[in-house]
Design a protein around this ligand. Structure first.
Ligand SMILES: CC(C)(COP(=O)(O)OP(=O)(O)OC[C@H]1O[C@@H](n2cnc3c(N)ncnc32)[C@H](O)[C@@H]1OP(=O)(O)O)[C@@H](O)C(=O)NCCC(=O)NCCS
Length: 290
């Protein structure tokens, strides 16, 4: 195994917009799906939580820690293949944890890849649940039979408020700052019940390789329909979707639409335990957003 880098040789510093092209090189090297806009969104939302590792002036690693009051989401932990297993990933995650602690965070959460797990376990992260990453090009579906009433595309700020509240109940985290941004980029599709209350919503965002479908939040039945609707809309175009493994119905829909499981992600936490409401949390926003 290569020797760890001496302290002076490795610098962890704040990321800037000028680093995004190099961060994208790491994204491409790892086969990940982010676009420059994903990095820039995080820089806007949490400028001090976006960190890079440099060795001799060259960017070799990244991480992003996005805070939501007492909860933080840690993501985009990436180290250049030529510099792996030399302690850089651990130093980046430790710096992210320090930033979270300095910001008053009590729980840090993340979705770990198999490569990330040993790094996080050694830093005290514990497992919560697994998600399946489905990917592929959807074929058609029998969506029309299930069509619910009250489906709209929400595009005005006033329409978003009930969605923030619903997502907060589902994730037990106030993620309004992130959702506001995602909804502005791609209007969510919303199902409203006969009582006029929002039952569920689903959105998506473009990616380098595939459109990432999610988050999908709300009642199980209406999220089933929203997923079918979305898979129909993206027929013939590559998509990825992260679904908790125990949401059998939604996993079955992904499979029936012709998608396959590309990998399993492990949701982990460090600090106080916060767990999504399984009745309402149906489709994740994706590994870098939770
Ligand atoms: C995951 C990743 C960031 C780790 O970066 P790294 O710089 O190689 O990790 P480190 O050298 O700091 O390793 C930290 C610890 O994890 C262990 N570790 C790292 N990679 C490992 C591997 N492939 N197998 C087993 N243990 C491993 C190290 O031995 C080290 O343990 P120690 O602290 O007891 O010495 C890197 O492999 C990577 O970029 N992978 C692709 C992207 C990815 O999957 N990121 C994780 C997202 S959740």
């Amino acid at each position: 195994m290569p020797a760890p880098l001496p302290d002076g040789q490795l610098i962890i510093r704040r990321m800037t917009a000028a680093d995004v092209p190099l961060a994208m090189q790491l994204t491409i090297q790892a086969g990940w799906n982010q676009l420059p806009g994903d990095w820039l969104r995080m820089l806007d939302l949490e400028p001090d939580g976006c960190l890079v590792a440099e060795v001799d002036g060259t960017l070799v690693g990244t991480t992003v820690c996005c805070t939501f009051a007492e909860i933080a989401w840690l993501a985009l932990v990436l180290v250049d293949t030529a510099f792996r297993e030399r302690g850089i990933g651990r130093r980046l995650v430790a710096a992210g944890l320090q930033y979270a602690e300095d910001s008053g965070v009590r729980t840090v959460r993340l979705d770990a890849t198999p490569l990330g797990r040993p790094v996080y376990e050694r830093l005290g992260f514990r497992p919560q649940f697994e998600l399946s990453r489905w990917g592929g090009t959807p074929s058609g579906s029998a969506v029309e039979q299930m069509r619910p009433r009250g489906v709209v595309e929400a595009s005005h700020a006033a329409e978003f408020e009930p969605l923030f509240a619903l997502e907060r109940l589902a994730t037990r985290t106030n993620r309004k700052k992130l959702l506001q941004r995602l909804f502005a980029e791609s209007p969510p599709v919303v199902v409203t019940g006969s009582n006029g209350l929002v039952e569920s919503f689903l959105t998506r965002r473009p990616g380098r390789l595939s459109t990432q479908i999610g988050p999908g939040i709300g009642s199980r039945e209406s999220c089933q329909w929203l997923l079918w609707r979305e898979l129909n809309a993206y027929r013939g175009q590559p998509v990825i979707i992260d679904i908790p493994v125990d949401r059998t119905d939604l996993n079955t829909i992904a499979q029936q639409a012709g998608l396959t499981v590309q990998r399993t992600l492990l949701r982990m936490y460090r600090g106080g335990s916060i767990l999504e409401n399984p009745e309402m949390f149906q489709i994740s926003s994706g590994a870098e957003l939770g």
